[in-house]
Design a protein around this ligand. Structure first.
Ligand code: TYD
Ligand code: MG
Length: 455
């Protein structure tokens, strides 16, 4: 049995310490900011302090003398997963996979576990959410060789780490961080202090043993991974698994990666037999597009290094009430407000008395200004009831004066457009491109879009 360590209750806002939990910090008055944290026993603190000056320290070296480490990576063979990770799982790393309940995190990890096992890795899947029997039921649905994956239904973190060490597991999967708890703290599993302390323990375990640890984290309503934001600082890699549960595909994104680039996008389709990587996401995002109907425009976004084509849909309808509604899905509502104001003032197309609804296809979230022109084109297309050209693509930022501005990464976006049959690209007249098969139509002002709509 592990000895209980003493704990204090620390305010996350000001650091004030309390001997017991309080709802409101005595120091700064913040509500609900106090979490349990372990403190090292006094003798240990003392030992550390007295030893510190005599610790042998590594001699400083010039960077040129530091050997380049050879980074080993274990590929799972689940292409999109490996791609988002930056080429595979790095031994000794701690990877957090966040997402809403039911999105497919457990499915993804069980598939990854099966593939890793198939590649000669020893994998332990520790599940606190589901019993081994439930895991078996899930495994039976998958078209994967899951028979030899080791599973354990355990929520005590120390016991899980002990089992992983005994098994000499190279990959440890924890499903989920909110259900495990460490004996070091008395607070309940899932509490902020437990989540943080468990993550720290797993990080030490990963680094000491060289085991790659993959941890599932549930996402709260606010969109953050439940527990403190600090969890994201502790781990090496943060992946988010998202998508509309009603639709069949899921997007995997890296938002932090110490061993690869961030903002890479991996796309999976959820089938009756688990998740299948989708190598050509643009085709899926455009699959439901109604060519020739007004209120739709296609744009090319950069998702990390990869261009993807998505459809922006808009509907402008006469408003029945005093204040017209403005609803944006997959797009920042403030960005929509700015674009509407620009169209109102800089063009002859009135939106003031219209309800406006804008959505981006396939649950994709648009954050790039490069999509401005497509949003404007979809709005104008709906207002005038004239479709955008079937093979037309809109890329460009719209300034407050209504001017169309050039954007970065144009060549890569256009290459993807050409591949999918979009041969007419509307964008800033100040960009030149050399992509064969693509005609660039320069628009200096957003008002010019209207002339280019079909009759
Ligand atoms: P799950 O992996 O349990 O989600 P999470 O761990 O993120 O909570 O996924 C659950 C959903 O996926 C559930 O609604 C059923 C569906 N599903 C399939 O459609 N096909 C499958 O092969 C599997 C295993 C699950
Ligand atoms: Mg699950």
């Amino acid at each position: 049995m592990t000895r209980k360590v003493r704990s204090v209750y620390c305010c996350a806002e000001c650091g004030h310490q309390h001997p017991k939990w309080v709802g409101r910090c005595d120091g700064c008055g913040a509500w609900n900011s106090v979490t349990e944290e372990p403190v090292a026993p006094p003798e240990e603190t003392h030992r550390r302090r007295s030893l510190a000056p005599s610790l042998p320290s590594a001699a400083p070296r010039r960077l040129v003398d530091v050997e380049t480490p050879t980074l080993t990576r274990w590929d799972t063979g689940l292409e999109e997963f490996d791609f988002v990770l930056g080429g595979g799982i790095v031994p000794g790393s701690l990877i957090l996979i966040g997402g809403e309940p039911g999105i497919g995190k457990s499915t993804l990890l069980l598939q990854a576990a099966a593939r890793l096992h198939g590649r000669g890795r020893t994998v332990l899947y520790a599940s606190g959410e589901e019993s081994p029997e439930q895991l078996q039921l899930r495994a039976a649905r998958l078209e994967e060789e899951t028979a030899d994956v080791h599973v354990i239904g355990e929520t005590r973190l120390e016991a899980v780490c002990h089992s992983a060490a005994a098994l000499e597991a190279q990959v440890l999967i924890i499903d989920s961080i909110q259900t495990v708890y460490t004996d070091a703290l008395e607070s309940a599993p899932g509490s902020v202090g437990q989540v943080r302390e468990s993550a720290a323990t797993l990080m030490r375990f990963a680094k000491d043993s060289g085991t790659a640890v993959l941890v599932v984290g549930h996402v709260t309503k606010g969109g953050g991974i439940a527990g403190p934001k600090t969890l994201e600082h502790i781990v090496d890699t943060v992946l988010y698994f998202e998508g509309e549960p009603a639709l069949d595909y899921r997007l995997l994104r890296a938002t932090k990666n110490r061993f690869g680039s961030v903002d890479e996008l991996g796309v999976f389709a959820m089938t009756d037999h688990g998740l299948h990587p989708v190598p050509n996401p643009s085709a899926i995002f455009l699959a439901a597009r109604a060519v020739g109907s007004p209120g739709s425009a296609v744009t090319a976004l950069m998702e990390g290094t990869r261009p993807v084509l998505v459809e922006v849909q808009a509907l402008a309808a006469p408003s029945g009430y005093g204040t017209p509604q403005r609803v944006a899905t997959g797009l920042d509502p403030r960005r929509l407000a700015v674009l509407l104001a620009v169209l109102e003032r800089r063009t002859t197309s009135p939106f003031a008395d219209k309800d406006v609804f804008v959505q981006v296809s396939a649950g994709v979230r648009v954050t790039e200004p490069a999509a401005d022109l497509a949003v404007a084109a979809a709005l104008l297309s709906s207002l005038h009831n004239r479709p955008t050209p079937a093979d037309g693509l809109f890329v460009g930022e719209v300034g407050l004066g209504g001017e169309v501005r050039p954007i970065g990464g144009l060549d890569r976006r256009l290459a993807e457009a050409a591949r999918l049959g979009f041969h007419k690209v509307f964008g800033s007249g100040r960009t030149a491109t050399r992509i064969p098969g693509v005609e660039l139509v320069g628009l200096d002002h957003v008002d010019r879009v209207v002339q280019n709509l079909a009759a």
